[in-house]
Design a protein around this ligand. Structure first.
Ligand SMILES: NC(=O)c1ccc[n+]([C@@H]2O[C@H](COP(=O)([O-])OP(=O)(O)OC[C@H]3O[C@@H](n4cnc5c(N)ncnc54)[C@H](OP(=O)(O)O)[C@@H]3O)[C@@H](O)[C@H]2O)c1
Length: 358
């Protein structure tokens, strides 16, 4: 793609080409003022038109074709500085990123990476292996990544970032203020509902439309791998060792996540006190809105915004959070980080409103 603007564009690479998150990254990059797609890598379809995999993106990528790993590596080693987003599956992403970073380091180039997979979310390979049940592919690189939400970390001390993931984004936005302000003890009860795009492009029985449509069911109750990931991020953000008793659900919609976090309050409080605390906590966060009314998925679906609300009564508090899983929970959250990593306004390319009637 070309751009006539005088402001230099930042070459940008997307890994995990034909996946849903990669598609969402391409959609966001098409409207971004500074990041310009240099290559989107596909393991399964190098050379094929991007618009075949993503017909809804044809207007932006009519002449763009997927690239192979070697073509992407040539770009990374031939470009002084570029932005790399990985939307490859966990277990694949770490090795792919490691090989690109190794080649870049030999060539003296400096790519910045945001990994949207789970591969760099934990601080140690042992933690990763305990949750994912296979060896980590690049343990020596774990220290180069920070896993956090931009809302919860002001200063980044590593060259690269690991996105916390979609459910964890909603859980952390709702619970980090409660933990940080010491309003609740460190056990949080979380119920979350996700849309079907959370399961990725490949159809499987549990995400098949006739089964999922008009239905609602839990899965992985209290055993889901996103609970320890959220706990690790919450510890890094607050210093509190919290437990997330998490029950995820499959929702009958394509995009969005709704999470409810409940906990006992250390001291009785009313709803207005908790709402005021949340509003103060997120005062400098352009993508978080604390509302008086219950947040709804359609208010934020397809956007990088998160809507929160809270209720408190006696010694109980509930915080509700709605986000879009593919945008704020993946591609948008990653672009938000990359904006910051390149010194751009954090909101660049991310302020589109929700369509409302998805
Ligand atoms: N879906 C969500 O809401 C969401 C939210 C947060 C985080 N994530 C994470 O983001 C990543 C992508 O998720 P997704 O939903 O987009 O998954 P997806 O739709 O299944 O896409 C993943 C893509 O990765 C590529 N891939 C698969 N095997 C590969 C291999 N062996 N080597 C290289 N590339 C391979 C494939 O594209 P090519 O064959 O074209 O390369 C595939 O389409 C995952 O790590 C997921 O956990 C997803």
């Amino acid at each position: 793609m070309t751009n006539s603007s005088a402001t230099p564009r930042i070459p940008t690479i997307v890994l995990g080409g034909t996946g849903y998150v990669a598609g969402e990254l391409l959609r966001l990059l098409a409207g971004h003022p500074r990041f310009e797609l240099a290559a989107v890598m596909s393991d399964s379809q190098p050379g094929e038109p991007v618009a075949n995999a993503f017909p809804h993106l044809a207007a932006a990528y009519a002449d763009t074709r997927f690239k192979s790993q070697s073509e992407v590596q040539a770009l990374v080693t031939g470009t002084a500085e570029c932005a790399v987003f990985s939307a490859a599956p966990h277990g694949v992403s770490a090795a792919l990123i490691d090989s690109l970073l190794t080649a870049a380091s030999r060539a003296g180039t400096r790519p910045r990476v945001v990994d949207i997979s789970a591969d760099f979310r934990f601080r140690s390979a042992a933690q990763y292996e305990a949750v994912y049940k296979h060896a980590h592919e690049a343990p020596a690189r774990l220290a180069e990544f920070t896993c956090a939400l931009p809302e919860h970390l002001r200063k980044l001390d590593t060259p690269h970032v690991a996105h916390p993931g979609c459910f964890a984004t909603a859980m952390l936005l709702a619970s980090v203020p409660l933990l940080s302000l010491g309003l609740v003890p460190p056990v949080l009860f979380v119920s979350g509902v996700t849309g079907s795009t959370g399961a990725g492009r490949k159809p499987v029985e549990g995400t098949h439309h006739p089964l999922r449509h008009s239905d609602l069911y839990s899965y992985g109750a209290l055993t889901h791998r996103h609970a320890p990931e959220a706990a690790a991020c919450a510890r890094a953000a607050t210093g509190v060792e919290a437990e997330f008793a998490f029950v995820p659900h499959s929702g009958p919609f394509a995009r969005g996540i709704h999470v409810t976090v409940q906990a006992p309050l250390r001291a009785p409080a009313d709803t207005s006190t908790v709402l005021a605390a949340l509003r103060e906590f997120y005062g400098g966060s352009p993508f978080v809105r604390v509302k008086d009314a219950a947040p709804r998925v359609k208010e934020v679906a397809t956007t990088n915004y998160a809507h929160l609300c809270a209720a408190a009564s006696g010694r109980s508090v509930a915080v509700m959070c709605a986000i879009d899983n593919l945008n704020k929970g993946a591609a948008g959250g990653a672009v938000q980080w990359m904006n910051r990593m390149f010194g751009l306004p954090e909101t660049d390319g991310l302020t589109a409103c929700a369509p409302g009637w998805t």
